[in-house]
Ligand binder design. Sequence first.
Ligand SMILES: Nc1nc2c(ncn2[C@@H]2O[C@H](COP(=O)(O)OP(=O)(O)O)[C@@H](O)[C@H]2O)c(=O)[nH]1
Ligand SMILES: [Mg+2]
Length: 370
Amino acid sequence: MFDGLKDKLSGFREDVEESTEAEEEPPDDETAAESGAAASDASAEGVGDTTDAAAVESDSAEAAADDDSASSDDEPSTFQRAKAFATGRIIIEEEDLEEPLWNLEMALLESDVEMSVAEQILDSVRESMLGESRKQVETTGELVESALHDALLDVIAVGQFDFEQRIAEADKPVTIVFTGVNGVGKTTSIAKLSEWLADRGYSSVLANGDTYRAGANEQIREHADRLGRDLISHDQGGDPAAVIYDGVEYAAANDIDVVLGDTAGRLHTSDDLMAQLEKIDRVVDPDMTLFVDEAVAGQDAVNRAKEFDDAAAIDGAILTKADADSSGGAAISVAYVTGKPILFLGTGQGYDDITLFDPEDLVESLIDEE
Ligand SMILES: Nc1nc2c(ncn2[C@@H]2O[C@H](COP(=O)(O)OP(=O)(O)O)[C@@H](O)[C@H]2O)c(=O)[nH]1
Ligand SMILES: [Mg+2]
């Protein structure tokens, strides 16, 4: 998942290691001249070409090590390194980070990370790499890893809460309304969530507030039948708020724990739709409104999350199609931009293909060396 972004993040580690190593070489030393040339060759090849850069880097590191053992006592680089080692500090100057951070920013933006989120990540990485915490790690690689880990987690984990606990503690029935544009996976996510809840002992009823689209009733009916759930629906053209209201009444009368209310996925710019969502808020007063969008939509998904949240406050998001090859930008940006957490990832078309979103897991998978 999000392999492109993962590669780019490991490019940042290599960039930093390269620029700090070049720094430690004495300027008039032949090895330094060689490795300097090699380093600039590597950077001329571009950020994308991380494999070559890594190869060049390890060559020059070997060359430097050979050189050290040959003539150890008059080498300032050896002295510097020994001193850094003895004090447990890694020498990183602000200028060492300039180019790597620039490359990192480009990599994040290319991966559809929202601008303000990318800036926040850069600030935080810069601060932790130059700040006090650098004394606690042993290698530049570890320093980069811990800085990236904390910076990513800070933006990804914004607003996180325990979804299952919230369901457990809320008065029943709990009403959850799903919003988002057409085709992103709202109806499928409702079916998946109904199954997820059943696995944890909660009963649910589906309510089809998508009264706009022809065929919407039939589509959700198919899921309900397959899962053995009750479905509340009205004729096409009916009032979505009324359908979901009926769903709540039905759940209350039949001791059902959760009402999953679908809505139509018209364009978020449609005033009509937003008026509908407002009416649902007024009439039903749902416990949660979840925004659904697809990971593959990248920056568009981030923008829509913000617009939907502005129009009808959301409580969290579900990011679908995380199984398809996507840039990762939406997964990183949605929570920071809206202040509301991503709660689930959709990972396929089966009913079991839904996973609770765990920011720590995502961060670890993004910066994992393997
Ligand atoms: N690969 C994949 N496809 C999904 C996922 N979620 C939904 N889909 C597919 O996306 C399409 C649209 O889904 P649907 O639920 O009808 O979207 P809606 O218009 O928002 O209700 C369907 O073909 C789903 O099977 C997911 O997590 N992964
Ligand atoms: Mg639908």
